[in-house]
Design a protein around this ligand. Structure first.
Ligand SMILES: [Zn+2]
Length: 398
């Protein structure tokens, strides 16, 4: 499928160092972006689908780097079916599993956690709920896993590992496990802050600096924050990525954002939701954290969008998250919400309103054009201008 999005008002690149791409058109083919900026009338007209963005803002599809998937589009934690498809309506086109800890009766022996990670990884390789790309299968680090186990996991396609929910005596027991997982090439992540489930203990800067995972999960607290003085230590004394999550402590999210910029560590400042959990299911969680960062700190709105897109892609080595040729064709059209005081998506976000979504394209296919089920309507009208396929991508505007 070849898709053109024309008449775009502003294109946000996803790269915070160079956050805008000049021009008004993006062309995608077979799941990849082919051009960003300008395109000839012929190139646009030859597409199977042409979407008139109506002057709205194009951003890369959001990457939620902390989602608790289990199997299928179901979360046992909140007994809900279809939550991932609903997140697509909030602009999230990629979800990264924060480990499948919510599988009822989940195992905690080495063979069991390996099987769980491999099964989750393989199931989501062929399943895209609502078009979302789900990177699942984050092996829960448990005592007894050894180098051969991590080599097996890597050979089976598992590339994520999570410390924090294992049956360890102290968090320092994760040090050799994280090192072994890293040795096998896995991206390692670690729960941060107070215990979120009974039996686990608080993880603070001393533990993170001993473990050195790639990512500090919900560094702002999941949901309980570590001491304020620890943030600067993690930023200055390590290269650990700083993940802030919607379902966490907002005050420390803002603290971490200020410190990351002050210490030139913004490349590793990333956003996730840490949902579904006890805090609920949040299809608009990414949009809320983007708006919180832009409206409650001096962060530019395009920069907070980059923390949810290009920065996540960089830390997790993904091919999405940037509006550039050859990247994954995940694109979201956003605008100021109807009925608000602002007249553009970026101004609305800076004002603290969430952006309204007018279209989502995931893996090169329009998932809806016109109106998100979950956001307010866009001020400007996004519509299908031409379609050669026997399909209707439009949603009624009401
Ligand atoms: Zn979590």
């Amino acid at each position: 499928m070849r898709v053109a999005v024309s008449n775009i008002g502003v294109i946000v690149s996803g790269d915070w160092r160079d956050p805008f791409v000049p021009g008004d058109t993006v062309i995608m083919q077979d799941g990849k972006v082919t051009s960003v900026g300008t395109a000839s009338a012929g190139a646009v007209e030859s597409c199977d689908v042409v979407i008139d963005a109506g002057g709205t803002t194009a951003i890369p599809g959001l990457i939620d780097s902390h989602v608790h998937v289990t199997f299928g589009d179901y979360t046992p934690r909140q007994h809900t079916i279809g939550f991932l498809e609903s997140y697509v309506q909030g602009g999230t086109t990629t979800a990264i599993s924060a480990s499948e800890v919510h599988v009822p009766g989940r195992p905690n022996d080495p063979a069991g956690v390996k099987a769980l990670a491999i099964a989750a990884s393989k199931c989501f390789q062929h399943y895209r709920p609502g078009g979302m790309h789900v990177h699942a299968g984050s092996v829960i680090l448990e005592p007894g896993l050894n180098q051969a186990d991590f080599a097996d996991l890597a050979a089976s396609g598992v590339w994520l590992a999570k410390a924090g929910f294992g049956a360890v005596e102290t968090p320092y027991d994760y040090v050799p496990l994280v090192a072994a997982a890293k040795g096998a090439g896995l991206v390692t992540t670690c729960h941060t802050g107070g215990a979120s489930i009974p039996g686990s203990s608080a993880i603070t800067a001393d533990h993170l600096l001993a473990m050195r995972p790639h990512v500090s999960f919900h560094i702002n607290g999941g949901p309980t924050a570590m001491p304020d003085r620890d943030f600067e230590r993690v930023i200055v004394e390590s290269e650990i990525a700083l993940q802030v999550c919607t379902a966490g402590n907002l005050r420390t999210t803002l603290l971490c954002a200020r410190l990351a910029q002050q210490h030139d560590a913004f490349d590793r400042f990333i956003i996730g939701t840490d949902t579904p959990t006890g805090s609920g299911i949040m299809p608009l969680g990414m949009l809320y954290t983007i708006a919180h960062l832009a409206s409650l700190t001096d962060m530019a709105p395009e920069r907070s969008i980059c923390a949810a897109t290009g920065n996540n892609a960089g830390v997790y080595r993904l091919q999405c998250g940037l509006m550039a040729a050859e990247k994954d064709a995940d694109l979201v059209l956003i605008d100021a919400p109807e009925g608000g005081t602002q007249t553009s998506a970026l101004a609305a976000i800076k004002h603290g309103d969430i952006a309204a979504i007018g279209a989502v394209i995931a893996n090169g296919e329009p998932r809806f054009v016109g109106r998100s089920r979950n956001t307010p309507p866009t001020m400007r009208k996004v519509r299908v201008a031409a379609c050669r396929l026997a399909r209707d991508f439009s949603t009624p505007r009401h």
